[in-house]
Design a protein around this ligand. Sequence first.
Ligand code: 13P
Length: 335
Amino acid sequence: MTTRANNCRQIAERLTAPGKGILAADESISTMSSRLEGVGVAPTAENRRTYRELLATTTGLADGVSGIIFCDETLGQTFGDGRPFAEAVSELGILAGIKVDTGAKPCPGLPGETITEGLDGLPARLAHYAEIGATFAKWRAVLTIGDCTPTWGAIGANANALARYAAACQEAGLVPIVEPEVMMTGSHPITQCEQVTATVHAAVRQQLSLLNVDLAGIVLKPNMVIEGEDCPQQSTPAEVAEATVRVLRAWPADLAGVAFLSGGQAPERATANLEALQNHQTPWPLTFSFGRALVSPALAAWAGDQAHVADGQAALSVHVAANAAARRRATAQSA
Ligand code: 13P
């Protein structure tokens, strides 16, 4: 095995270490700007920087967070004391990651569906990110359940892009987080989410294999299998966990780990589901890589007020601790 491949395996193991998960703070400039505006904060680069520094400097964050995913803008910024973000978080004992896709764009030929872009020039960008201290990357594919979607075209195109990205990351010595997200939008039942998620994962596995991606050097970031947000019948955590693990069982045992996105679930529900997932024995760790389920309460508590930095950090701490505790229970069970 090459040194880079070995390095990827070690980083992937650190990312999914017992009792820890990943913090997704990589909202694009436009998404972050609208979230700031939503709490009355001007959408400036400095406010986006301040908010990310608030998250990263939360006391004790490294106890429950192995890595933080940032976007390109943040990785080019510095903490207030002048240290670049990647260097500063690494000094806190946290791995720095970078979202390298350039977003889900309308897919020509497939009305209403998207293809995630960002492959052009990717190797050079990955080399740059590795040089400034990133150790892992993220790429998100978006599949939406509708009357006739996702189509085979969208599933295949997105799976291929995910695999090309993953192969490029491993060649650059960065761990790819492979994120095929089946969205919660819609009124579909949990059974439909299970069937679509299984189909999407099968396509992703096939493409990863065709491009010789080492599964022990990736982290899979899937949606939990859950009903659509407008479905009248809400599944219990036990039902979500069972359906999710049924889909995941198709992944080989050498996969380094699984870190779920929260996908718009309320923070408490995402945590309850993560906890229920730990009741299943699996060959790979099941952890979190939540965005909104971790940061939304923190953003609301801070709301751009310097006097409320500690409140924002306390809100983040509470949710990180709850999810890390859910994972620790699993570690205790299997010990
Ligand atoms: P959510 O947990 O808010 O879905 O975000 C995770 C993420 O990284 C989306 O790409």
